[in-house]
Write a protein that binds this ligand. Structure first.
Ligand code: PEP
Ligand code: MN
Length: 344
């Protein structure tokens, strides 16, 4: 249940409510807004609890949540806005995250980072740990890759997003990255999700290739209930009978997640389609559907890329996409995040 406190209620009354919740074995999650405090109480709730908490001093109302997800739900919070290194994700802007599938070396990475920044990307991406279908494929540069990402972030001033695959690497990845990505294949790795609840950095949670919307939100609920409220949802396509595209990009997920949760939504049309030609039209469609961000794979020379070349844009094509996104966001009255840093 959600306990909505009266406007500008004092701290003492909030404490009284949380103590009572503790006595009744509820897990307490506070959301303190400018005027109002909302208390998320997760546990086995009875009608008696609803009645009791409504009578406590300072409580305006008690709202039962019937959905299985509580802390991710819109009842609990209006909107989550992520802020890293002066860059915002969520809250009405469009944030473009760009870079190669994998980090392939210092010089190559720094070059592509400068190029995507010049085109208006607000954040950088690049895998140092790669979840590959074949154990014989390139698995990522690991620690060396993380150091390259951190150096690119230092030189460009842009935050970096990178994947963490194993809880044993979490502290190390968090040392170098600004946002930790959970890859699609790990969406239901509950041990990893719980560990990410303890890290003080935002987590971008990619949708599993066969996950329903509810399973995906429940995975976010694992991270939030473990202590980390900064979760970003990333739609990257799901498995269907269609084989023309690598995955089927489910853009209906965007307004659904925005309706059901308070979390920002990023769309990844690169993995979502597997084809560079489809990246621009699906990016524009994703913005039309109301996403908060896009994650786009860009490589200087896609035919030579160590992974995912066929879905990677060249820097020129990325620039053309950014121009169109500029026009689209302007038409929608949205701010394109980071565009002002492009020439900085
Ligand atoms: C990625 O973004 O680097 C990636 C591997 O994507 P996904 O987990 O969606 O397949
Ligand atoms: Mn990739």
């Amino acid at each position: 249940m959600i306990i909505v406190m009266e406007k500008n209620v004092n701290q003492e009354l909030i404490e009284q409510v949380t103590i009572k919740l503790g006595e009744r074995h509820f897990q307490v999650h506070l959301s303190q807004g400018v005027e109002r405090t909302i208390i998320g109480a997760v546990g086995n709730r009875t009608q008696e609890d609803l009645d009791l908490f409504e009578t406590l001093a300072g409580v305006e109302r008690v709202v039962p949540i019937v959905q299985p997800f509580k802390l991710a739900s819109r009842e609990f919070k209006q909107e989550t806005v992520i802020k890293v290194k002066g860059c915002q994700l969520g809250g009405g802007t469009l944030t473009v995250i760009a870079g190669p599938c994998a980090v392939e070396g210092m010089e190559k990475y720094l070059e592509v980072a400068r190029l995507v920044k010049a085109s208006g990307a607000a954040m950088l991406r690049g895998g140092a740990f790669k979840p590959r279908t074949s154990p014989y494929s390139f698995q990522g540069m690991e620690l060396e890759g993380l150091k390259i990402l951190a150096e690119a972030s230092r030189q460009t001033g842009l935050p970096v997003v990178t994947e963490v695959m194993d809880p044993r690497h979490m502290e190390m990845v968090a040392l170098y990255a600004d946002i930790l990505q959970v890859g699609a294949r790990n969406m239901q790795n509950y041990f990893l999700l719980r560990e990410l609840g303890k890290i003080g950095k935002p987590v971008m949670l990619k949708r599993g290739p066969a996950a329903t919307i509810e399973e995906w939100i429940m995975a976010a609920e694992y991270i939030i209930s473990s202590g980390n409220p900064e979760v970003i949802m990333c739609e990257r396509g799901i498995r269907s009978f269609e084989t023309y595209t690598r995955n089927t990009l489910d853009l209906s997920a965007v307004p659904i997640i925005k309706h059901l949760t308070h979390l920002p939504v990023v769309v990844d049309p690169s993995h979502g389609t597997g084809k560079w030609r489809l990246v621009e039209p699906m990016s524009l469609a994703a913005v039309g559907a109301g996403c908060d961000g896009l994650m786009i794979e860009v490589h200087q020379n896609p035919t030579e890329a160590w992974s995912d070349g066929p879905q990677s844009l060249t820097p020129d094509r990325f620039q053309a996409l950014m121009n169109n996104l500029g026009q689209m966001t302007a038409a929608l009255g949205k701010k394109l995040e980071g565009g002002d840093k492009a020439n900085g």
